[in-house]
Design a protein around this ligand. Structure first.
Ligand code: GUN
Ligand code: ZN
Length: 445
């Protein structure tokens, strides 16, 4: 009994563990099936493995989609992105603090209009699907209606979204700045309304230390303490002028990370975006508390923020994610994000293998969000959130695909030369939510 089974056949890759930074991935860290089969039922993964093993056991009349020339992967996960910043992408000529004032704060102010928040939320989630991203950790704006808009749209799509209302009660303009007590009250009401409703989860979201009063950070810490299971997301150590400003605003704290620790915000549910200008003492504190860092390479190079030290963080044992940081980031796709991460590593004399990059974008990011029991790979029982990639989507990719490529090379081609054009289909909980040729067809709810 139960809902009908759907199966998806083709080359299939997913990760089981961190493959490490070496050119040769750690043994047993991934499964790749040249002719694989994904069996889905009721929105979940029923089984995955070689097609020849699984096909004989399927019930008569099972629906089969065959993608022999494609690649089936778990959906990409974005561990740091801003709902209100689609229109801010690619804004010219400014670094972080000026960029916030000149472009970002004005764009976010418009989210006080509920109808704008709702239409942007729908556009945002449709764009994530187009780019193969099936789950994300999202900054909304300081307006509670921006969170309602995002969660209503995500709920309708059955999508695993974690998000929160930005808390910012100083150093920001009228219409965007919130009020200390109301910010806490509104955040708690949103947690009560949305946290753990279906696939939705809440993240307490103080923007970053400079835009919150000490009292607001204290109340953010109270939200974290009062609501076990919610995440906490903020920005940290992105730009040198930001770090100087934090020193001035919080003279009693030993360093930037100590500000968040002091207010009870640093634990294993904390996701800190950037963490570029940091040292070994910071890394040890991240490991000791379990706090995570989201590496946002296209944002870091676009805003001129700096080069993240991936190897030091990985070697220290910091839990790492990969994220777009749109609209500081210049692409919604995790593929160009991997490419930029590779280039940042090159500039530091390091490297990023395609195995590590695809691990980060899937299982690694699921771990950052504490959702690896639900998403990140095709372990039985997880959500059937997956994508079908077309490795010949562009003439150059097609040309390279003609050559005799091993898996490492094929993944590296996709990561360096791919983008949303290679996303053929995106499935969320077994439902087709995007098809490049508009053929989701009867599978679309
Ligand atoms: N620091 C504080 N707010 C922001 C933001 O919106 N984007 C980025 N990249 N950094 C920030
Ligand atoms: Zn950001």
């Amino acid at each position: 009994p139960g809902k009908p089974v759907q199966t998806f056949r083709g080359p299939l890759l997913h990760f089981l563990e961190d493959p490490g930074l070496d050119t040769t991935p750690a043994p047993g860290s991934y499964d790749y099936f040249e002719d694989g089969l994904l069996v889905e039922q009721d929105g979940h993964v029923e089984a995955v493995g070689p097609a020849e093993d699984l096909l004989p056991h399927l019930p008569e009349g099972t629906k089969l989609a065959h993608w022999p020339d494609h690649l089936i992967l778990p959906g990409f996960i974005d561990t740091h992105i801003h709902l209100p910043q689609l229109g801010v992408m690619g804004s010219y000529g400014a670094q972080l603090l000026d960029w916030l004032e000149k472009y970002t704060f004005p764009a976010e102010t418009r989210f006080q209009e509920t109808s704008w928040a709702q239409s942007q939320a729908a556009l945002f989630l449709d764009q994530l699907s187009r780019h193969g991203t099936t789950a994300a950790l999202v900054f909304c704006t300081s307006h509670p209606q921006s969170v309602d808009a995002l969660f209503e749209a995500a709920e309708a799509r059955g999508q695993a979204i974690t998000g929160g209302k930005v808390m910012m009660d100083r150093n920001s303009p009228d219409g965007l700045r919130d009020e200390t007590v109301a910010s806490h009250r509104d955040s708690q009401a949103l947690i009560d309304r949305w946290h753990n409703k279906g696939r939705l989860q809440y993240a307490v979201t103080p923007r970053f230390a400079p835009t919150s009063t000490p009292r607001q950070l204290e109340l953010a810490g109270k939200l974290v303490a009062d609501n076990p299971g919610v995440l906490m997301q903020t920005h940290w150590a992105e730009h040198l002028s930001e770090i100087e400003w934090v020193k001035e605003l919080f003279p009693d704290r030993s360093d930037y990370l100590d500000v968040y620790a002091h207010y009870g915000l640093l634990n294993d549910r904390a996701v800190l975006a950037h963490g570029i200008h940091i040292d070994d003492h910071d890394r040890r504190r991240l490991v000791d508390t379990g706090a995570r860092v989201a590496f946002c390479p296209t944002s870091n190079t676009f805003l001129g923020s700096g080069l993240f030290d991936l190897k030091s963080a990985h070697d220290a044992g910091v839990t790492l994610g990969l994220a777009t940081d749109v609209g500081g980031g210049t692409s919604l796709s995790l593929l160009p994000t991997m490419a930029e991460a590779y280039k940042v590593c090159q500039l530091r004399g390091q490297s990023l293998t395609p195995f590590q990059a695809f691990y980060l974008a899937t299982l690694g990011n699921a771990r950052v969000l504490h959702r690896d029991n639900e998403i990140g790979n095709f372990a039985a029982g997880k959500a059937a959130d997956f994508i079908v990639l077309d490795p010949t989507a562009t003439p150059v990719l097609a040309m390279k695909h003609e050559q005799d490529r091993n898996l490492f090379e094929r993944l590296f081609d996709l990561m360096m030369l791919g983008d949303d054009r290679v996303i053929q289909r995106t499935y969320i909980a077994g439902h087709c939510r995007f098809d490049r040729d508009s053929h989701c067809g009867s599978e679309k709810r």
